[in-house]
Write a protein that binds this ligand. Sequence first.
Ligand code: PLP
Length: 419
Amino acid sequence: MTDYEAVFKAAIDELRDEGRYRLFAELERRVGSFPAARHHGHGSVNVAGDVRWCPGGGEAADITIWCSNDYLGMGQSSMVIDAMKKALDHCGAGAGGTRNISGTHVYHRMLEEELADLHGKEAALLFTSGYIANEATLSTLARKLPNCVVFSDALNHASMISGIRNSGAEKAIFRHNDVAHLDQLMARYPKERPKLVAFESVYSMDGDIAPIAEICDVADKHGAMTYLDEVHAVGMYGPRGGGVAERDGVMDRITVIEGTLGKAFGVMGGYIAASTDLVDVVRSFAPGFIFTTALPPTICAGGLTSIRHLKQSQVERDEQQARAAALKRMLREAGLPVMPSVSHIVPLLVGDPRLCKQATDLLIERHMIYVQPINYPTVPRGTERLRLTPSPLHSELQMARLVDALKDVWQRLDIQQAA
Ligand SMILES: *Cc1c(COP(=O)(O)O)cnc(C)c1O
């Protein structure tokens, strides 16, 4: 007979042996103080054998968060919070079911209109997360297009890979951001065959940006549709926060733009923006949209407020870019191995999973700085890193403290200072 518990334990032991076991920090964010927060130690699960550090023998400590995807601090914005409170008092807590059962809330309609406008598309559709938006849309589109081939960037997010796989369609993987390779692969298929190119704008682990216009050129040449994940760009790029495609003036060349309300917009939920008919197909056929409870009015109201604000305010975007540029410069001057990045993401190479984990442990124990270690399979082995995300709310002083702390940790662990 199978010893089920032994199988599970062995799987976890293997992770631990490789230094890849995930411990979640228990953090208490408090309105008005971000990026400062309370840290209540690591791990809410019982992990025998793992050192669970808790400052002051179990007391919580004040720390600074340096790895949040609430990139612009909108999750703390009083405008967003007030809108959510109003929606809660006005409409109650939940959505009451799926859109099919409980109907489209007036907030769903307003938010979808706002999103369609943000991306210059006819229509938009909400999902409960960006992950579900990718999974549901890609699996449905590639299944509905007869004999479709999907061309997928090698570094695409897990949710896109899952959607493509679940469509059952043939898949070809092109080298990351390699337009010539994409062209080569597409040339192997007849022009009449339906094709879909799936890629991201900002790749959030390296901070590099796709050559969107060139990818569209190749897609046009071979008669392909384009699907762009702008999760790490919406709110942050383009004159209205429409993403890198807006910044580059190519939104109209993208068939489907996918985004999240959970990162720069500060709440949660995912969406696509595209033509009316395409959105109608996903609405009508995607199980990941149909068979799950819709976003509640509170979340929609928060997202709506955040999007409307960032459409007409450039301050947050400018400050975020200024902070990112300053931090990259400061790290370089300190001799720390900041990886090349053309976006707001600041990756710092460690190159070893154990050192990476030890570095983040030291950062919080000695310096009250919270950064999460990024290990395989999120990034390739040997490129383990810290991923820093400066926001408009990180001060000059906090940046200087971060750099000093990193210098100390690099010295203590004798991490190679390769640039
Ligand atoms: C985070 C992420 C998603 C998923 O978005 P959620 O709203 O967090 O589910 C999708 N694509 C990329 C590239 C992401 O990094």
